[in-house]
Design a protein around this ligand. Sequence first.
Ligand code: 5GP
Length: 192
Amino acid sequence: MKALEERILKDGQVRPGQILKVDSFINHQMDIPFINEIGKEFKRLFSDKPVNKILTIEASGIGIACITAQYFNAPVVFAKKAQSINLDGDQYTTKVQSYTHRKTYDVILAKRFLGPEDHVLVVDDFLANGCAVNGLIDIIEKSGATLEGVGIVIEKGFQDGGRELRARGIDVKSLAIIESMTDTEITFREQD
Ligand code: 5GP
């Protein structure tokens, strides 16, 4: 998505630890007309899929998922980072290592919001090593739902998450794929 690449070049900031800050339009302040274009693009890319639910993880995926969900006429369900897990069996649980905070979270999703009848599009802001998306896929597998695809706003193509997911046959579509980034230069992978 050309407009996204241009916006990253204009407003993105590269931070130590290979972190791209996009706080001014996605992660802190949110540019809603711009995110609306992102939602439309996800709909175009996954228009052949029978999606009836959008799944993301709190917190930064939620806004993007909500706008995207309007184009699919589907509800959003987000996995929650939990302080403690109750073991009464009414929730799916998995573990996710946070890229930005470098710690491992328990993540939960109530069983009544995801089941075998669901066809799920996973949406998130970033794909790096794939921990967040893999945690969501683990929950989908536990629930018996069908994974229809993964829509990512910004993939860091120099990290392994995207390559590994595609190697497993998962339909991952990223609106911008960063090939390399330094303090002074960001380059993108060509996409058709
Ligand atoms: P992964 O789990 O694929 O290693 O990392 C993806 C998750 O970490 C995303 O949910 C995102 O919130 C966060 N993340 C990873 N890399 C970046 C980055 O460069 N910038 C920002 N803002 N978040 C990132």
